[in-house]
Design a protein around this ligand. Structure first.
Ligand SMILES: Cc1ncc(COP(=O)(O)O)c(C=O)c1O
Ligand SMILES: N[C@@H](CCCC[NH3+])C(=O)O
Length: 440
């Protein structure tokens, strides 16, 4: 068995996370249950920060809160001295509720609404990552009408095709995100911003994709951007204070995945930036990164209770669990692969191969195909690893299934940080026909 993060097997032979027995967690908090190993998140955050410190580079490590946003999670990011990437009014609201330092909040998104931009301006957050011309003009208008200045990064698409799933690629030319670097859009956006009385351009941003296992894409992106920065220094007198190279650092979901240590991504990015800046008149910019998955992904485990089973003779055995695509849509959406063990017998040798089905009314609601497992049946607890990123944050109420609870486990203690939804929660926004107000 691969030991994920600080997960271990205790004297009772049960899987333990953050020093807490997962069977106790399942019986106390119910299932499905997302369990986070808090120490591992802290370790990952420190790992990124220390690498920058070791290299003597000014940096910000911004947690991409889309991976998992909750008040407790944002408080944890604050405790670890991270910055924060938010991508919607809802994520910003969560950050504000968590009392996250406003100056370290960066606001992303390809279609921020007027209300969202106003919210960011009201709270004077650190910067807005401007994605397109219409947003740039809108922001300028808002700032000028309020008499308020704002710091921005310009998100550029460097024309890099990272090796990952098509749906999570973002740095290629044909992308809905950012100003294209090669066709002159980025230069026009920079000129427009530099000419504005209301906008201070801190620098450039790019994010080439997610779940990336190589450094090549980041290096090429840095090279292309710095190449442009040199031109813009000559032509526009622009000196970028910040270079944000996004997130996307891959993690190990299964043995097929071979991620690099976070330090390697950081070291190679910094080395390339320094190399490209040699003999130029540009100052070394602050390097910002935005990891989401690599901070919280393998720190999360989902506990499910096994229910029905179905044998299709000579074809396959299905074991159904009490969750599925409602709490983890990634297998259905990206064909994502996961590993799992029985929480009550993690070290027992597999006896059969089973496929783990979710309980949603979709044939595509399969969590894991062909998983070797000891004989398991109704009542057993299945622990699916590496569900900490884009699990809860992409969960939904399909089939009116309530969202699971989230627990933080650390040093032998478990804290409920998001309570389980109830059936009452599910109908809270419904208006019965007889009460519905007619719009004449
Ligand atoms: C702009 C931006 N920054 C950061 C991230 C975080 O990516 P990841 O969770 O792969 O680190 C994403 C998601 O892909 C993103 O779109
Ligand atoms: N949600 C995706 C990644 C996209 C991240 C946001 N740009 C995943 O689960 O892998």
């Amino acid at each position: 068995m691969h030991v994920y993060g600080t997960a271990s097997v205790n004297e009772e032979g049960n899987l333990e996370i953050g020093g807490v027995d997962t069977l106790e967690l399942a019986s106390h908090f119910g299932t499905p249950l997302y369990v986070y190993d808090v120490e591992l998140i802290r370790e990952r955050a420190k790992g990124f920060k220390k690498t920058f410190e070791k290299l003597g580079v000014q940096a910000q490590v911004a947690y991409a809160s889309k991976a998992f946003s909750s008040i407790a999670m944002i408080q944890l990011a604050k405790e670890e001295g991270l910055s924060l990437d938010v991508v919607s009014g809802g994520e910003l609201y969560t950050a504000l509720k968590a009392d996250f330092p406003k100056e370290r909040i960066h606001f992303h998104g390809n279609n921020k609404s007027v209300e969202e931009l106003e919210m960011a301006l009201d709270h004077e957050i650190g910067c807005i990552v401007v994605d397109n011309f219409s947003e740039l003009s809108l922001l300028e208008e808002l700032c000028s009408s309020r008499g308020q200045k704002i710091a921005i990064l310009l998100r550029v698409t460097p024309g890099i095709e990272a090796h990952t799933h098509d749906y999570i690629l973002t740095g290629q030319e044909d992308s809905k995100f950012g100003f294209d670097l090669l066709n002159g859009q980025a230069e026009r956006a920079l000129e427009q911003s530099l000419n504005s009385d209301w906008i201070e351009v801190l620098g450039l941003h790019c994010h080439i994709g997610s779940q990336i296992f190589e450094t090549t894409g980041f290096i090429l992106a840095a090279r292309k951007i710095i190449g442009q920065l040199k031109n813009w220094h000559q032509s526009l007198g622009f000196d970028s204070k910040v270079l944000n190279l996004g997130g996307g650092f891959g993690i190990r979901y299964t043995k097929e995945d071979t991620p690099l240590p976070a330090s390697v991504y950081v070291e190679e990015i910094v080395t390339e930036v320094k190399k490209q800046l040699q003999d130029s008149e540009l100052n070394m910019p602050e390097i910002w990164i935005e990891p989401g998955r690599s901070l919280v992904g393998d720190a999360g485990t989902t506990l499910y209770k096994v229910g029905s089973e179905k044998d299709v003779p000579d074809i396959r055995k299905y074991l159904a669990v009490d969750g599925g695509m409602s709490d983890n849509i990634r297998p259905a959406l990206y064909d994502a692969k996961y590993e799992a063990v029985l929480a009550n017998r993690p070290l027992e040798d597999p006896e059969e191969t089973v496929s783990i089905a979710g309980k949603c009314c979709e044939s595509g609601d399969m969590l894991i195909w062909d998983l070797p497992l000891p004989k398991a049946g109704r009542g057993d607890i299945l622990a699916v690893f590496c569900t900490g990123a884009y699990g809860y944050s992409m969960s939904n109420n399909y089939n009116r299934i309530p969202r699971p609870a989230v627990v933080f486990a650390e040093k032998g203690e478990a804290r409920l940080v998001i309570r389980r939804e109830t059936y009452q929660d599910l109908v809270q926004f419904d208006v019965p026909l007889q009460e519905a107000i007619k719009n004449k």
